[in-house]
Write a protein that binds this ligand. Structure first.
Ligand code: BDR
Ligand code: CA
Length: 306
């Protein structure tokens, strides 16, 4: 089994991604660490606990990390998509999770990495602040990280500004730190791919029919679905974070192209853009996949939760 840490800011698609990891026998989900992002940190932390409880895995530690970006304040959150509570208005209706792990995100990641007998995958599906801090403060642990799989970035324009994807835009300095280091291989799952494979009504209907846990996830998705229709004029939902977690649990599912990348860290309109080029190591950028198979695999796995 692949030992796995998920770093996340739930978030509706984060919720789906967490449930997907819980439904994937190839991985041992050792810890979930949380970061500010879609909503403030207390909400993302509580939501991660709620979703793990919904998935039947309340014993997995949930450890809170960064409440803000490294350098500049967060420019924009994403309540428009995820609701004020981060779970489409459904958070209060879900069973609460256990108390947050007092070790915090960094302490938890360090302990998990030190104790792991084989390299750990870190799937990171929010701003990269916690991961930048881990790499900066514990370089000796880099060999214990097998790979970092990040949902974020874009080579073809953003979703929060014309240039920048949300997770990159939340903390461009952290993203630059992680994407330009050479110690741990990074796979980036950008909007270029996740926008190619939104799920439609039939997929969402099948999810809701799979059992009570999936039906609850379906109600969490409703607000996001309405927002997606308002923005793009289609009845569908992008499942960004779940695509990245599928790659983490089934390495090689997505087809990647190597690109050295830099992140625009100036305060102008390009801020947060992930730009090919620069002296750094190649990031494996997932630009292509059998998208039907990807969505079928996500649905099939979620359905096993009932
Ligand atoms: C990313 O931004 C967040 O709103 C989603 O959870 C996802 O991680 C997509 O740009
Ligand atoms: Ca996210």
């Amino acid at each position: 089994m692949i030992p796995l840490i998920i770093d996340t800011d739930p978030g509706v698609d984060d919720a789906m991604a967490l449930m997907l990891a819980c439904a994937s026998p190839e991985v041992d989900l050792l810890a979930v660490t949380t970061v500010f992002g879609n909503v403030p940190l207390p909400g993302t932390t509580a939501n991660a606990g709620r979703i793990l409880t919904l998935a039947g895995r309340p014993e997995i530690p949930v450890a809170p990390g960064a409440a803000r970006p490294l350098v500049h304040v967060q420019a924009e959150r994403a309540e428009e998509w995820h609701g004020d509570d981060g779970l489409g208005g459904r958070a209060a209706g879900l069973p609460p999770g256990p108390a947050p792990d007092p070790r915090g995100a960094l302490g938890t990641q360090v302990e998990v990495l030190r104790e792991a007998s084989e390299p750990v995958t870190i799937a990171t599906i929010g701003p990269l602040t916690n991961i930048a801090l881990l790499l900066a403060t514990h370089p000796e642990l880099a060999p214990r990280i097998g790979r970092i799989v990040w949902m974020g970035g874009s080579l073809s324009g953003g979703n929060v500004t014309g240039a920048a994807e949300f997770n990159a835009h939340c903390d461009p300095e952290a993203a630059h730190r992680v994407l330009t280091q050479a110690d741990v291989p990074v796979t980036m799952v950008p909007l270029d791919l996740t926008h190619q494979c939104p799920v439609g009504p039939a997929w969402l209907h099948a999810l809701a029919a799979a059992g009570p846990r999936c039906a609850e996830l379906g109600t969490v998705i409703t607000h996001y679905r309405t927002a997606y229709r308002a923005r793009y004029g289609v009845d569908a939902v992008a499942v960004h974070d779940a695509v990245a977690v599928l790659e983490a649990v089934l390495p090689g599912t997505l087809r990647t192209t190597p690109h050295p990348l830099q992140v625009a860290c100036d305060l102008g309109p390009a801020r947060g853009a992930t730009v090919p080029g620069g002296p750094g190591p190649a990031v494996a950028v997932a630009l292509d996949a059998d998208t039907e198979a990807v969505l079928a695999a996500i649905l099939e796995r979620l359905s096993t939760l009932g």
